[in-house]
Design a protein around this ligand. Structure first.
Ligand code: DQA
Length: 151
């Protein structure tokens, strides 16, 4: 059984209380439960993490690249949060690790402030998902399952 790494960046530990009009009322624990259910439905094991630190996210992506090369990881769902719009280090890590990665945002970043319209992640992501709220995580996991199936 392959693992899916769901990796969450800065301030996502505050989900539920942080700007609920934008990010909804579900907590990060609720999101983890939703991901566990989606992974179980698609025959994946879940590795769910959150960090406020850019370097820790880089380390996790490098580790994911090694796991995918070893055949134990199906891919990564990354909500890089604010680092999406600033991090050359995350861009380079994804490219260097050669990992299959879905970029995810709870909100529709393109309908928000201009500084959220540019992503350093999109050019190195397999697919991009934004605006589905917390349920986007389940959709992204289903997307990874679809990628794993023969066309
Ligand atoms: C976010 C969107 C980012 O612009 C923002 O900095 C976040 C969360 C989202 O999930 O909608 O922290 O990635």
């Amino acid at each position: 059984m392959k693992t899916v790494l769901v990796l969450n960046g800065p301030n996502l530990n505050l989900l539920g209380t942080r700007e609920p009009a934008v990010y909804g009322s579900q907590t990060l624990a609720d999101v983890e439960a939703l991901c566990a259910k989606a992974c179980a439905a698609h025959g994946f094991k879940l590795d769910f993490r959150q960090s406020n630190h850019e370097g820790a996210l880089v380390d996790a992506i490098q580790e994911a690249g090694r796991a995918q090369a070893a055949g134990t990881l199906a891919g990564v769902v990354l909500n890089a949060a604010a680092y999406t719009h600033t991090s050359v280090a995350l861009h380079d890590a994804i490219k260097g690790a050669g990992v299959t990665l879905i970029e995810l945002h709870i909100s529709n970043v393109h309908a928000r402030e201009a500084f959220r319209h540019h992503s350093y992640i999109s050019p190195v992501a397999k697919a991009v998902m934004a605006g589905f709220g917390a349920s986007g995580y389940a959709l992204a996991i289903a997307g990874l399952a679809g990628l794993a199936e023969p066309a």
